[in-house]
Design a protein around this ligand. Structure first.
Ligand code: FRU
Length: 484
């Protein structure tokens, strides 16, 4: 184990050594947050405080692999310009020496409280887990208070990712967990002062609940109210693909229901995946002064193939999604790009009414690879198919006949096109954010979203539109600015 000053010294050195390689990478992202060097995964401690949004993240600065993570720290006032702060938590104590794992933030009595999992492995590789606290007066320097919760009975050491919130004067915490029968679940705690925590059992209390047998581990839970409903977001591991669902290595999704704070039981309906693309995991939400529920997620999934991303040769890996506002309307969750993101748009908008005829395509010359937003509003769609090809590396296809939306991308493992798809009754609009090597597609104002990394050959990102029959839509295109 290293001391904190030594860790920070090593970090400064590595940042200096590797920064240039990262900055030279043509795939370096322009408006998606990424690590200065090394590997980024989950968003952590996302919170609004004193006019700024703090977004911490799981960070392995020294290499592009997973390992003993620290908490990196980004801050913004407007979601357009970001400042990278000094590292917030380092894995340098006995209770977090193998990683300051994921967690959350809450403001209490003018201080910022961070709750995180201290990951510890002994010499035989056995795991121990501590739910730890660190407190800050300025949101930059953190004073570690050590473990506040140790592992309750009934769980394996796969017990992590505390998310804390307040409901009527009481604080609550959910923790992602694995029961002794090696099934995933979510543990609940409550506290009056954020220091002393009482265990309240699993939030899934009903014996017949399908979540009792829904994968071997639940990671990164988040429980909150939205428009009068209680939503539980979590990441089940170990689900088998089923129809168009569960095709990524691990899933991220939510259930909607009613939380009984007396008994600590959540009654809920089905599980829905949050994102239908390839790269989305470990989402975390917060609320701000305006009462908006805002979500970030890691635009990646823990998987075997991670080391095939070409950015590895430039000493960095992975990024965050764009911030999305969550809305619950007409019994459905919508994810919309956060309003502030319109400020990314540079002044000259390109606008056109596009009419396509069968078997002809229209090519939009996109002069930049650095950041583009497209907005399409459909008037008529052909029965059979409509397709958009982006930079020869991504294809979006909608079949009205089959009521299917398809995303295909060139795999970064073998260069072959791979596919994700979802049922879509009707296509009315598309909002597409194209970064140097990441794309997010918001369908019908956030009814469905697809996220994916992609690697084109980096000549400009030309875009082809084609369709099987006559098709018309209005198109707007903007170049987007960068946060660097
Ligand atoms: C999710 C996760 C969390 C853990 C963290 C470690 O991606 O595995 O469960 O706290 O990443 O980096």
């Amino acid at each position: 184990m290293q001391s904190e000053p030594l860790y920070r010294e090593k970090l400064t050195k590595v940042l200096k050594e590797k920064r240039e390689a990262v900055e030279r990478d043509p795939y370096r992202l322009s408006f998606h947050l990424m690590p200065p060097t090394g590997l980024l995964n989950d968003p952590n401690g996302f919170i609004y405080w004193r006019g700024e949004y703090h977004l911490f993240y799981q960070w392995m600065p020294f290499k592009t692999n997973h390992g003993a993570k620290c908490w990196g720290h980004y801050v913004t006032k407007d979601f357009i310009k970001w400042r990278h702060e000094k590292v917030a938590l380092t894995p340098t104590e006995w209770f977090d020496q193998n990683g300051c794992y994921s967690g959350s933030a809450i403001i209490h009595e003018e201080k910022m409280y961070l709750f995180y999992t201290g990951n510890v492995k002994d010499t035989q590789g056995n795991r121990q887990t501590y739910q730890c606290l660190a407190i800050s007066e300025d949101g930059i320097h953190f004073d570690k208070k050590g473990p506040v919760i140790s592992l309750p009975e009934g769980y394996t050491a796969h017990f992590r990712d505390p998310k804390v919130w307040k409901h009527r004067d009481i604080f609550y915490m959910v923790v992602g967990a694995q029961k002794l029968d090696e099934k995933g679940t979510i543990a609940l705690f409550e506290s009056k002062d954020l220091l002393n925590w009482k265990y309240k059992g699993n939030v899934i209390k009903n014996e017949n609940d399908f979540l009792n047998d829904f994968g071997y581990m639940f990671e990164c839970p988040d429980l909150f109210q939205l428009n009068g409903h209680d939503l539980l977001i979590f990441c089940p591991q170990g689900l088998e693909p089923k129809g168009d669902f569960y095709h990524n290595t691990y899933q991220s999704g939510y259930v909607v229901g009613v939380m009984d704070y007396e008994t600590g039981a959540l009654e809920h309906d089905e599980f829905y995946e949050l994102d239908r693309g390839f790269d989305f995991y470990a989402p975390q939400t917060t609320t701000d002064e305006q009462g908006r529920r805002i979500m970030f997620a890691w635009m990646g999934v823990p998987e075997q193939n991670e080391q095939n991303h070409p950015t590895i040769s430039h000493d960095w890996l992975h990024n965050m999604t764009l911030p999305r506002e969550l809305l619950y309307e007409n019994n459905k969750l919508y994810q919309r790009p956060l309003q502030e993101l319109v400020e990314l748009r540079q002044p000259n908008v390109f606008e056109k009414q596009v009419h396509l005829q069968p078997e002809m395509f229209w090519k939009l010359l996109n002069e930049t690879t650095k950041g583009t937003e497209l907005l399409l509003d459909f008037l008529t769609l052909p029965e059979d198919w409509f397709q958009i090809d982006i930079a020869e590396a991504v294809r979006l296809i909608y079949s009205k006949e089959k009521q299917l939306f398809i995303l295909e991308r060139k795999s970064y493992v073998d260069g072959k096109f791979e596919r994700r798809q979802c049922f879509l009754r009707n296509l009315t609009s598309l909002q597409i954010f194209i970064d140097t090597s990441a794309i997010e597609i918001f369908i019908n104002e956030g009814e469905e979203v697809f996220s994916a990394r992609f690697y084109s050959n980096m000549s400009a990102h030309h875009i082809h539109f084609s369709s099987s029959g006559s098709c018309s839509f209005s198109l707007q295109k903007w170049s987007l600015s960068s946060y660097h």
